[in-house]
Design a protein around this ligand. Structure first.
Ligand code: CA
Length: 237
């Protein structure tokens, strides 16, 4: 019986593929590799993996196309691995439905952390695709009690406006994952939000940081992924 999580690695660069395979195998994952998009897609339909690691620059079809095809029938976690540092690529991949991205070159601990986060989020997905989170978020001094809508920092209640609370709880419920600006704006202001909301989002985030962070320039809870969005620390509970 094999209870190891199965991960499909779709990557045409042999050295990177080998590095990932060796690392993941040593950490008790079962690894299947594919070097083209088509091969990867047929692996995904035949092997029922728990997670996909996907290179964006593949020799046959674009990685974004792979994300689109998989998302048409499956919510399996997809982490994009890419040498491309262009923010637009990352944003497109995330908005197309991949769960996270990791930029080459990356280290073992970063890779393993991203995989753990994506697998954990998958376990919290309910049948309707909504994330069923723990009732309490907790990291370092920060605690959020979602049922009471109560945010405390080292035991002291923090007063947030309604929008600020919505932003913090959205990020906290997705702790460890990057959320794109568009994703956040859609969730907070709805699909008819206009470009001004980008500015409003930034202003609200600045206010939140002043309330939560000891040093807003070196945040401990909510990080800016430049040109992409925001990522909040994963809850320790
Ligand atoms: Ca490649």
């Amino acid at each position: 019986m094999n209870l190891k999580p199965t991960i499909i690695v779709i990557e045409d660069e042999k050295s990177i593929c080998n590095f990932i395979e060796t690392t993941l195998t040593a950490h008790n994952y079962k690894v299947i590799t594919a070097s083209t998009g088509q091969e990867g897609l047929s692996c995904i339909t035949s092997c029922f993996p728990d997670l996909v690691l996907l290179d964006l620059g593949l020799p046959d079809i674009d990685g974004i196309e792979v994300v689109k095809q998989v998302r048409s029938w499956s919510m399996i976690p997809i982490i994009v691995i890419s040498a491309r540092t262009q923010e637009q690529e990352k944003v497109l991949a995330l908005d197309t439905g991949c769960d996270d991205y990791i930029t080459k070159p990356f280290g073992t601990s970063e890779l393993l952390a991203r995989i753990r986060t994506a697998l954990r989020h998958q376990q919290h997905l309910t049948g309707n695709g909504m994330i069923n989170t723990e009732p309490i978020y907790s990291y370092d001094d920060l605690t959020i009690d979602f049922s009471k809508r109560l945010v405390t920092l080292a035991g002291q209640e923090i007063h947030l406006t309604q929008i600020e609370y919505k932003l913090v709880s959205l990020l906290a419920k997705n702790g460890g994952r990057v959320l794109t600006y568009d994703y956040i704006i859609n969730h907070i202001w709805g699909p008819y939000a206009d470009n001004n909301n980008n500015q409003i989002l930034r202003v609200n985030m600045a206010h939140i940081r002043r309330k939560l962070e000891k040093n807003p320039a070196e945040p401990n809870y909510i990080f800016t992924e430049i040109g992409v969005g925001y990522r909040m620390r994963e809850s320790q509970q």
